[in-house]
Write a protein of this length. Sequence first.
Length: 197
Amino acid sequence: MRKVFCVLLLVCAGAGMIFAQEKAAAETAEPAAPGVKKNAVTLDTIPLFKGFLATDSDEDISFFCIAAAYERLVAPHFSFGVEVDVYPGKLGDVDYMYFSGAAAGRFYPMSEKLEKVFVGASLGFNSQSIDGKSKAEDGGFTGPLVSLKAGYRILFNDAFFAEPSMSYTYAKTNGELWGMTPQGLGWQGGLRIGVSF
C-alpha cells in the first residue's frame, strides 16, 4: 500500500508542477483566443464492454470496468493529464480488484486545441488484489505500467466528442489469472466518449 501511496503522491506532485508552470506562462503570454476549451474528461467504453463480456452468471464471475481520464491543454498542441482504471469484480466467492493510475501526455499535430489526430504516452503503475491481497503468492501484483497510444478526437459540438484509438500497454501482470480477467494489456482498441470544458 505504501508503494501505491508514493506513486500517487509523485503523480499529484508532477501535475502540480505542470499547472504551476502553465500559470506562470499564462501570466506572461498573450490572452488565449476566446472559446478555447482547455480541459477534457473521458470514459473509455471498451473496458466497460469487456467487463460485461467477461461476466458469466453461470460461473459466478462478474466485473464492472471503469477507465476514466482527465487532460488539460498546457501549451498549443500539448496536453497533460491522468488516467485511472478501476476493475472491481468477483471470481466465485473471491473478491477481485484491478487498479491502475498513470500520468499521460499527448501531442496534437494537426491542431493547437484538444482535437483531431493525437499521439500520446503514459507512465504509472498497476495493481491486482485477490481477496484484498496483492502479493504474488496470493495471485496479485503491483508494478510499473507504460503505454503508447494514437487516435483521433471527433468533435460533435463545442463540448462533446468521441475518440477512437489504438494503444499498446506493457505492464506487470500475474500469469495465473491471465485471460480470466479483463485487464487492458498488450494491443487494444479504445473508444472514449467525453466532454470538453
